[in-house]
Ligand binder design. Structure first.
Ligand code: AMP
Ligand code: MG
Length: 484
């Protein structure tokens, strides 16, 4: 597959869906250097470790060398952005080099493409490093996500409000087909709709290829994957920030880490993005937005389902209507795991809801709360040293919690351990990442390197890293920018 100095791309998208992509070449950044390289992901892809240290590697992923086997393309897509349809989008600053081991390998920030419009097709270094660290964290906590193979400093400037260092990310995904890809095809290239759907089935849902209603089953499978994904975002306290339909992958992986952030204190109404004026993409809105986005996918699917439009709509609606209940089920399973509980019943659901209310009313740090709860169970911490100190209602809640039937079948100690396997001690704390990125962009990678290391093992608490488990002490609301 991949030998020491040779890398082999397959190009199924370029070859099979050439009507909905454009051939193009990455810009070559001749002075670039690698800041992060991901040996374990390389291994998953079947790329030799030593290849990542080679000049050829830097050459390929900085756009200086085009591998013989690669047919680089930019993919066309549309998107509903903040609720408004934008038919003409596409990879304006990303180029797909091809697939390795069935996974897309894409350069983000590698210069203009036919879809760049007036943009420069480039990325600033800060957001490249941020995406590398956060996407790899998501993978460490088992949340489906695009991965990051390399973060490269281009050593050329990009011009935003000011001149700042540029970067290129090598992004790896099961594929980059988006809800917006279906919207594009349904809007401009209806004749290619079946080809796209068949491609997706072949690549992601091969078990559906022989079923009777394969396109309806495909729609249901995509809804299911999205529900699972969003339940996991909610569980970890992740606010994506820009859930436009062009940023939702059909494969059910998290993509686009521009304005995302993590909850510190539990506030379900929180949103961070500077351009999300009305909180459309707030933490608590994410499940409803997921369904909204899937309704746009359903519209694109209509011709695939039935030649009679009314019948098609009715079939798709039936599936769509099941999505929120499915999500709810996944959500409580996810939350149950956070409490070390496997059996979810009415009583457990009520207790979970009550717990969230206590967190919200008392501005308690979401992530720390689960670690502290586990410590209380194992008698490792007195309540006065936890986030629950002086919290009205908590003791009453706790007594109900430890009287659940799960505690009769298992022990407090065991449940405490299970909680710690499931609830990270370390998350990408907004304030820490921000400071570390400032240093990194200024040339000092020490802090961001350390954070990236800590986040590789987010469940293992280490005394010397206490600071990295702590929320910010500032009362100011954290704001993220769609850093490009
Ligand atoms: P995003 O915010 O990454 O989801 O991007 C939204 C759209 O804007 C996508 O179609 C991108 O390709 C495009 N875009 C973002 N930044 C740039 C840029 N610097 N140059 C060209 N296109 C861009
Ligand atoms: Mg995007």
């Amino acid at each position: 597959m991949v030998s020491l100095s040779k890398i082999n791309f397959e190009n199924t998208y370029a070859n099979e869906l050439n009507a909905i992509c454009e051939r193009c070449k990455p810009t070559s950044f001749k002075k670039s250097e690698i800041l992060f390289k991901n040996y374990s992901l390389a291994e998953e892809l079947g790329i030799d470790r030593s290849f990542l240290d080679s000049d050829e590697c830097l050459g390929i992923f900085s756009g200086c060398i085009i591998s013989e086997s690669s047919l680089p393309i930019a993919q066309a897509y549309s998107g509903h952005q903040y609720g408004n349809f934008n038919p003409q989008m596409g990879d304006g600053r990303a180029i797909l080099l091809g697939e390795i081991n069935k996974r897309d390998v894409q350069l983000k920030g590698s210069g203009q493409t036919p879809f760049s419009k007036r943009g420069d097709g480039k990325s600033a270094l800060g957001p490249v490093l941020r995406e590398y660290v956060i996407s790899e964290f998501m993978n460490s906590v088992n949340i489906p996500t695009t991965r990051s193979l390399l973060a490269i400093k281009s050593n050329e400037s990009v011009f935003r409000d000011e001149e700042i260092p540029g970067g290129i990310l090598t992004r790896v995904a099961n594929s980059h087909v988006r809800i917006g890809t279906f919207e594009y095809v349904s809007y401009f290239k209806k004749n290619n709709l079946e080809a796209l759907a068949n491609y997706v089935i072949k690549r992601h849902y091969p078990e559906l290829s022989e079923t009777n209603n394969k396109y309806l089953s495909l729609f249901a499978a995509i809804c299911d994957k999205q529900s699972l994904l969003i339940s996991k975002w909610m569980g970890i306290g992740f606010v994506h920030g820009v859930m436009n339909t062009d940023n939702m992958l059909i494969s059910g992986e998290t993509i686009d880490y521009g304005p995302c952030a993590f909850l510190d204190e539990y506030n379900p109404s929180i949103y961070y993005s500077s351009i999300d004026r009305h909180g459309r993409y707030s933490y608590k809105n994410q499940p409803a937005i997921m369904v909204w986005n899937l309704s746009k996918l359903a519209e694109a699917f209509i011709p695939l389902i039935d030649s009679n439009k009314e019948r098609a709509v009715s079939k798709l609606s039936e599936v769509l209507n099941l999505t929120m209940p499915t999500y709810q089920e996944y959500f409580y399973i996810e939350m149950g795991k956070k409490f070390g509980l496997k059996n979810i019943d009415e009583e457990v659901i009520n207790l979970i809801n009550k717990y969230m209310k206590i967190l919200e009313d008392n501005n308690i740090d979401y992530t720390l709360s689960f670690r502290d709860l586990a410590k209380l169970l194992s008698n490792n911490k007195k309540i006065d040293l936890t986030v629950f100190k002086n919290v009205k209602d908590f003791v009453g809640w706790y007594n109900k919690f430890i009287n659940l039937s799960s505690f009769k079948k298992s022990s407090k100690d065991k449940i405490s351990k299970e909680m710690d396997y499931y609830n990270p001690c370390y998350i990408p704390r907004n304030h820490l990442i921000e400071d570390a990125l400032k240093n990194a962009v200024g040339g000092d990678m020490n802090e961001i390197n350390l954070i990236a290391e800590i986040l590789k093992e987010p469940f293992t608490e280490k005394n010397e890293y206490e600071k990295y488990a702590m929320p910010s002490f500032s009362n100011e609301r954290y704001v993220t920018y769609c850093g490009t």
